[in-house]
Design a protein around this ligand. Structure first.
Ligand code: EPZ
Length: 430
C-alpha cells in the first residue's frame, strides 16, 4: 500500500505551477462526445479521476487518443454503447456527466447510480428532475439511471438546491434539445463556466453561465473544437494553505486570482500577506496565524473543497475559530486524524470549533477522502517530526505529482511503499 512520508517543520518557499481544473475537465471530457467530430482538449490534469473517466469514455466506444499526459483527442462518432457500467461509476462519480451528454446527443442513456461517497450521500434527484423537465422518461432500476426521450423540449427548470453536477448535466442535455431552456438557481462555479464555454466553442448557444440564470438555445449538431481547461482553483488554494500553515513564502502560478477571492480573503483574515498578479498569487505567512470564522457556500462563497485545508491552518492559529460546513453532511472525517496530530477540534453538527494549538506533531494517519487527504499533507508539512499518510489513492484522484510539486518548494516528502522505505527516509532527513 503506497503512502506519503513527510518530515515537517520547514517553511515552503519558492514557485509552484498549477495544473488544469479536475472538476472542469471531468465535465468537459464527457461533453466532448456530443459531437461526431474530433475534439482536442489540453491543460488536462493527469490525475486518477480524469484517467478513469477517459477509460469509461473509451469503454462506450468513443475514440480516445492520448496526445500527451495533458492533451487528449476524443471522437464520439465511434460510440457503440449508451450505457456506463457500475465498474466505471464506482471508480468515479463524475461518470454521471455521461448521462447528460449521451441524453443530449442520442436522446438515450443508462448510467449506473454512483455509490455514496466519503463526504455525504451525493443524491442525483436534481439531475433527474432536470432530465424529466426536458421530456425524458427517467427510471431507476437495477442500480442504474436510464433516461430516454423521443426528443428533448426546452423548458424552465428551477434547481431547489445549488448543484454543480445537476447544473452541468442539465446544461449538456439542453444544449441539443429543441427550443430554449432556462436553468434558475444554477451553480456559478468557474468549472460551470468552463463547460459552457467549451460547449459554445463546439457550436452550442449558452448564455449566462457564471450567473444563477443560464439560458440555453438547443442546436441540432455540435462540431469539432480545440479547448484548454482553466487552472484548478482547488489545487491552487491547497498550495496557498500549505504556504500559510508552514509560515512560508510561495508564488502560486498559472491561476485566475478572481476564482480564489474567498480563499484569499480568509487567508488575509488569518494573518497572511497576499499579492495578486494577472495569473499568479503570492502568499507570505511569516507572521503568526490568527483565528477567524468560515462557512462553506456555493461559489463565490468559500469552497467546500477547501474546508479541510482551512481547518488545518486554523488548527495552529491563535485563538478559537469556527468552520461551518453547509454543503455536505459528512465532511469532518479528517478531524479524528488531525486530533491524533495534536489538534484541539470539536465537531458539533455541521460546525467545527477549533482551538488553535502551538504546533502539530507528526503521526501515522489515513486520508479519509480527496480534500481531507490533502489537508493532512498540509498538517504533516507544518508538524514537528515525521508523518505517514495511508490511503493516498484518494489524494492522487485530484492532485498531480503532489509530492514532487511540494519538494520543488522545499518540502521533505516522499511517496513510499514499504516500512523499509519509511525508515530510509527517516534516517535521511534526521
Ligand atoms: C461537485 O460535486 C464537485 N465534484 C465536488 O468536488 C464539490 O465539492 C461540489 O461540486 C460542490 O462544489 C465534481 O465537480 C466532480 P453538488 P457535485 O451537486 O456536483 C446536493 C472534489 O473534492 N445535491 O454541487 O456532486 C448535494 O448532496 C469534489 O473535487 C442534491 O441534493 O456537488 C450537496 O449537498 C468533492 N441533489 C449539494 O447539493 C442532487 O441531485 C451540492 O452538491 C445533487 C446535489
Amino acid at each position: 500500500m503506497e503512502q506519503y512520508v513527510i518530515k515537517g517543520g520547514l517553511p515552503l518557499v519558492g514557485e509552484v505551477e498549477i495544473g488544469g481544473a479536475k472538476n472542469a475537465a471531468l465535465a468537459i471530457l464527457a461533453a466532448a462526445i456530443m459531437t461526431d467530430e474530433t475534439v482536442t482538449i489540453d491543460n488536462l490534469p493527469n490525475v486518477r479521476d480524469t484517467n478513469v473517466l477517459l477509460d469509461a469514455i473509451a469503454g462506450i466506444g468513443a475514440k480516445v487518443d492520448r496526445v500527451d499526459s495533458h492533451t487528449v483527442k476524443i471522437n464520439g462518432s465511434y460510440i457503440d454503447c449508451l450505457c456506463v457500467d457500475y465498474e466505471s461509476m464506482k471508480k468515479i462519480r463524475a461518470s454521471y456527466y455521461l448521462l447528460g451528454a449521451l441524453l443530449g446527443k442520442y436522446k438515450q442513456a443508462e448510467v449506473a447510480l454512483p455509490g455514496g461517497c466519503n463526504i455525504g450521500s451525493r443524491p442525483m434527484d436534481l439531475h433527474i428532475k432536470g432530465f424529466k423537465a426536458l421530456g425524458a422518461k427517467v427510471e431507476i432500476k437495477g442500480g442504474a439511471v436510464s433516461a430516454k426521450a423521443e426528443h428533448l423540449e426546452g423548458t424552465h427548470i428551477y434547481l431547489d438546491k445549488v448543484s454543480v453536477g445537476a447544473t452541468i448535466n442539465i446544461l449538456m442535455a439542453a444544449a441539443m434539445a429543441d427550443g430554449k431552456t432556462t436553468i434558475e438557481n444554477a451553480a456559478k462555479e468557474p468549472h460551470v463556466v468552463d463547460v459552457a464555454n467549451f460547449l459554445n466553442s463546439m457550436g452550442a448557444n449558452i448564455r449566462g453561465a457564471g450567473t444563477d440564470v443560464i439560458r440555453i438555445t438547443g442546436v441540432e449538431k455540435l462540431h469539432k473544437a480545440e479547448y484548454s481547461i482553466i487552472p484548478d482553483q482547488i489545487e491552487a488554494g491547497t498550495f496557498m494553505f500549505a504556504a500559510a500553515a508552514t509560515h512560508g513564502d510561495v508564488l502560486v502560478k498559472n491561476v485566475i486570482p478572481k476564482h480564489l477571492e474567498a480563499t484569499t480573503a480568509k487567508l488575509l483574515e488569518a494573518g497572511c500577506r497576499i499579492e495578486e498578479f494577472d495569473d499568479a498569487v503570492h502568499v507570505v505567512a511569516q507572521g503568526s496565524l490568527e483565528n477567524t470564522q468560515v462557512t462553506t457556500l456555493p461559489y463565490p462563497g468559500f469552497p467546500t473543497d477547501m474546508q479541510p485545508q482551512m481547518a488545518v491552518v486554523l488548527g495552529i492559529a491563535h485563538g478559537t475559530s469556527t468552520v461551518t460546513e453547509s454543503i455536505f453532511e459528512n465532511r469532518f472525517k479528517y478531524v479524528d486524524e488531525l486530533t491524533r496530530m495534536g489538534a484541539d477540534i470539536k465537531v458539533e453538527s455541521n460546525i467545527a470549533i477549533i482551538n488553535g494549538v502551538q504546533q502539530y506533531t507528526g503521526a501515522r494517519v489515513s486520508a479519509p477522502d480527496l480534500r481531507a487527504g490533502a489537508a493532512l499533507v498540509i498538517a504533516g508539512l507544518a508538524a514537528e517530526g515525521i508523518t505517514v499518510i495511508d490511503d493516498i489513492h484518494f489524494i492522487e484522484r485530484g492532485y498531480e505529482e503532489f509530492p514532487a510539486k511540494l519538494r520543488e518548494i522545499g518540502a521533505q516528502i516522499e511517496k513510499v511503499a514499504t516500512e523499509k522505505e519509511i525508515q530510509k527516509f527517516t534516517l535521511k532527513v534526521s
